[in-house]
Design a protein around this ligand. Structure first.
Ligand SMILES: Nc1ncnc2c1ncn2[C@@H]1O[C@H](COP(=O)(O)OP(=O)(O)OP(=O)(O)O)[C@@H](O)[C@H]1O
Length: 477
């Protein structure tokens, strides 16, 4: 457990009694895979590489499994899709969830596992196993519906269903995200629909989508969907229009207690896979913080970091759309290449920005909480919390951290055994206190970076990022 802080950040206080040293970075594990897809063990001078198969053989690792995908009873065509994606063994959540999801008669499931551990495949594999593509209606009337909180996440899931189901003849996937009337399909004719709750609700109401044959409903980032006022109502309305016997599947890395209660109502009598909040942080994500004496110093530290940001890809999280726009404008004016994506931007432009970020054309992305969840870009090696995520403190004057959002934001790096760095900027006592609470809540260590010595900052971050760069072909091959 962290020690109580005794100094303010400006005077060099440490959040933790575990002080960061270059040796800490030296102990970071990294995962590699050679071009032929075989893992290899290398030992650079300062780091010990660990193969994915080592992580998957460690019972304490969330990627651990004893079974193979073949053991899980999946159709050969689906196994072919998985093999094409480079998936060799299931992760813990996949191994535990799939038998529960695929058993008949179908039962609901509330599933939780750390960020980047493969929840998407768990629910997609269940869907691909359950849909019947041999019927006359298979391409016109959807049998499964996946709801996600943002268009970016919905589009990403469409991509996963497409690749995983590429050998299933007749599989048609529909995307239901906000679009202007000109580009909106007149009928949602497909086997699986992935969309955002508002658009799906609208499509069912307007009879653009026929829900009569739906067998599976998935809510990804379920705690977020059920907890947000607008989204939660939309999810409940959508569910009210679906067949009563539908299998309801809820997944997230976080299920705070108050949302867990809604989840149990939304998915009654469900099997559950849950974790304690102390188990939620991912070992491969090195968490750091930086003292900044003012807002202006936050900006200058960000610019100092810029050279490091472009080593892999990175995401900078800010609190408001306005500050995203402001930082983007200032950085571009100073000659830096950055992109930004916020809810204020029009849909097709959002698609263009996220697509450029995925391909690596844009390497530094400034965003708000809109991209805090679910987004899976394996090259992201650095996440910056320019502003600490805050929860509404119910009118009280104390500022409360948003624990879940912190975890989801930093989870945009360190995906499936990779290594990444998350740096939070702290510019006053309140923010420092929020970060201390986050550390206590997750029982993790968030180490201070000394900005008086930028060489040391560079050294520390580069060591870790170098490790993650060495993993470029890992899994994705
Ligand atoms: N069994 C597997 N073998 C190899 N790679 C996998 C496996 N399962 C998933 N992955 C990869 O791991 C990455 C993370 O998976 P995914 O996006 O499903 O994580 P998640 O648990 O949903 O994370 P989050 O909570 O952040 O949404 C993806 O790039 C995915 O392709």
């Amino acid at each position: 457990m962290a020690s109580e802080p005794t100094q303010t950040p400006q005077t060099g206080g440490s959040l933790s009694d575990r002080i960061s040293t270059p040796a800490d970075a030296a102990q970071s594990t990294e995962v590699s895979q050679d071009a032929a897809g075989e893992s290899e063990l290398q030992e650079p001078d300062y780091s010990v590489e660990v193969k994915l198969s080592d992580l998957q053989a460690d019972p304490n690792n969330p990627l651990y499994s004893v079974k193979s995908f073949e053991d899980l009873g999946l159709d050969d065509r689906i196994l072919k899709g998985l093999s094409d994606m480079g998936f060799r063994k299931p992760s813990k959540v996949q191994e535990r969830a799939l038998p529960l999801l695929m058993r008949n008669p179908p039962k609901n499931l509330v599933g939780q596992s750390q960020s980047g551990t493969g929840k998407t495949a768990a629910f997609v594999l269940n869907i691909l196993s359950r849909i019947d593509l041999s019927t006359d209606l298979a391409q016109t009337t959807p049998q499964a519906l996946i709801l996600a909180p943002t268009r970016e996440l919905a589009r990403q899931i469409v991509g996963v269903v497409q690749v995983m189901g590429q050998f299933l003849d007749g599989l048609v996937i529909g995307t239901a995200v906000p679009a202007d009337t000109a580009t909106r399909p007149a009928r949602m004719e497909c086997s699986v629909v992935v969309g955002t709750p508002g658009t799906v609700q609208d499509m069912i109401k307007k009879r653009i989508m026929n829900p009569a044959q739906l067998k599976v409903l998935v809510l990804d980032e379920a705690d977020n969907m059920l907890d947000q006022q607008g989204l939660g109502d939309q999810c409940i309305r959508v569910k009210g229009m679906l067949p009563r016997t539908i299998q309801v599947v809820l997944f997230s890395a976080t299920f705070p207690a108050h949302v867990h209660r809604y989840a149990e109502k939304f998915a009654p009598d469900a099997n559950e896979i849950t974790l304690q909040h102390e188990e939620l942080t991912v070992d491969g994500i090195k968490q750091l913080y930086m003292d900044c004496s003012s807002d202006e110093e936050k900006y200058s530290n960000l610019v100092q970091l810029y050279g490091l940001l472009t080593v892999g890809s990175s995401i900078i999280f800010v609190r408001t759309r306005a500050s995203a726009a402001e930082i983007e404008k200032r950085m571009i004016a100073e000659g830096h290449t950055v992109a930004s994506l916020t809810g204020g931007i029009e849909g097709s432009q959002r698609d263009a920005v996220i697509d450029a970020f995925r391909t690596g054309e844009a390497k530094v992305l400034i965003t708000t909480n809109v991209l805090a969840r679910g987004i899976d870009v394996s090259t992201v090696s650095l996440v910056v919390n320019y502003d600490i995520p805050e929860a509404y403190a119910g009118g009280s004057r104390s500022r409360e951290p948003d624990y879940q959002t912190y975890l989801h934001r930093i989870g945009r790096t360190g995906r499936f055994g990779r290594i990444g760095v998350a740096i939070s900027f702290v510019s006053n006592r309140d923010e420092w206190e929020m970060l201390r609470k986050i550390q206590q809540h997750f029982n993790c260590s968030i180490e201070r970076i000394d900005t008086n010595d930028w060489d040391e900052v560079e050294d520390l971050i580069k060591r870790t990022l170098k490790n993650s760069r060495a993993q470029a072909n890992f899994v994705a091959s």
